[in-house]
Design a protein around this ligand. Structure first.
Ligand code: GLU
Length: 328
């Protein structure tokens, strides 16, 4: 890169999906994102990723916002403090996704696909953990003239998906802030991948790429389960001529079975801990301890960690939540 070129201002994002209450793992990732950006005087946006219609829960968006404020986190742009790039709710931004989709169609990089239901579901949500085990063989590549033709083939009640033609013979590479160098041939490992279910392109994979660019996001920090998806997002950004942010993936908090924290592991919701009388500085102190920072009993607010925050000290291992080490 030309050393004369000024680098864009540091901007990060908190991007909750209102599909359920925030649990300890989400809270820890958001705390790290806040620390990463605020410790370098960058700005933060809050983007609501509310495209996952059947799974969006009423009240969850407000609850997430309340939980984060309660924890001592803040942001500069987003719901409640509109900025120049509003709206910050993905459901209000579908025009942008449609335009990106049209551009990819124009470049003949997409095709409609009528394959399995599981792919359709994956297209709507962030592909957390165990998302693909099998490479897609390109069954529908070149089969349908249009999305409408694919839809007619399926008939009522089922929707085709849009797939992106992964470029053959090349790998994507990036250096993750925690996990180091990542190299993957998406064509060999994943095959042509699903970017959206909706005919207008409103699905996680495309939306997140379009929004990060439109909102000037220069640093993406999120859970490690989205590490593999990053390669696909890099391909989409390249195809659309969008800048590539830096990526930092954070270790997950998992249940005793090693799987990403979820309902089946018991109640680890921030809202429940609040109801049980936990104070924010107890929760933040606990979350810092799970990263290997300080003691379990310490009481801290995120701002207390700003002076000592060091991305190098984020462990790569997941934290295993056991009955004896959950906060209450
Ligand atoms: N909204 C996504 C989630 O709930 C995060 C997406 C991202 O950071 O790219 O996990």
């Amino acid at each position: 890169m030309n050393s004369e070129m000024p680098s864009p201002p540091l901007r990060g994002r908190l991007a909750p999906s209102p599909t359920g209450a925030l649990h300890l793992g989400n809270a820890r990732t958001f705390m790290l994102t806040w620390l990463s950006i605020r410790s370098r005087k960058g700005s933060l946006i809050y983007r609501l990723e509310d495209l996952d219609h059947p799974k969006v829960k009423s009240g969850a968006a407000q609850q997430a916002q309340d939980d984060l404020v309660w924890m001592g986190l803040d942001w500069d742009e987003g719901p409640g403090c509109e900025g120049a790039l509003a709206p910050y709710e993905q459901s209000e931004r579908t025009g942008d996704y449609r335009r990106a989709l049209d551009e990819l169609i124009r470049q003949e990089l997409l095709y409609p696909c009528v394959c399995s239901r599981k792919d359709v579901e994956n297209a709507q949500s962030a592909p957390h953990a165990n998302e693909y085990g099998m490479r897609y063989e390109g069954t529908c590549r070149g089969v349908f003239e249009s999305f409408a033709a694919a839809q007619a083939h399926l008939g009522e009640g089922r929707m085709p998906v849009w797939r992106f033609k992964s470029p053959e013979g090349r790998s994507t590479r990036f250096v993750d802030g925690v996990y180091g160098e990542q190299i993957l041939s998406v064509a060999d490992d994943v095959g042509d991948f699903v970017i959206a279910r909706h005919p207008d392109g409103a699905g996680y994979m495309l939306a997140v790429v379009v929004d990060d660019a439109a909102m000037g996001v220069t640093e993406v920090m999120r859970g490690e389960d989205l590490l593999p998806a990053t390669h696909r997002q890099i391909l989409l950004a390249e195809a659309l001529g969008l800048p590539r942010p830096t990526y930092i993936h954070t270790p997950l908090m998992v249940g005793p079975d090693g799987r990403r924290l979820a309902k089946r592991h018991g109640d680890t919701r921030v809202a429940s801990l609040r109801e049980q009388g936990m104070a924010p500085d107890q929760l933040v102190g606990y979350l810092a301890w799970t990263l290997g920072w300080g003691t379990r009993e310490q009481r801290l607010m995120p701002a207390d960690l700003l002076g000592t925050y060091d991305p190098e000290s984020i462990p790569v291992e997941s934290f295993v939540c056991l009955p004896e080490n959950v906060p209450m």
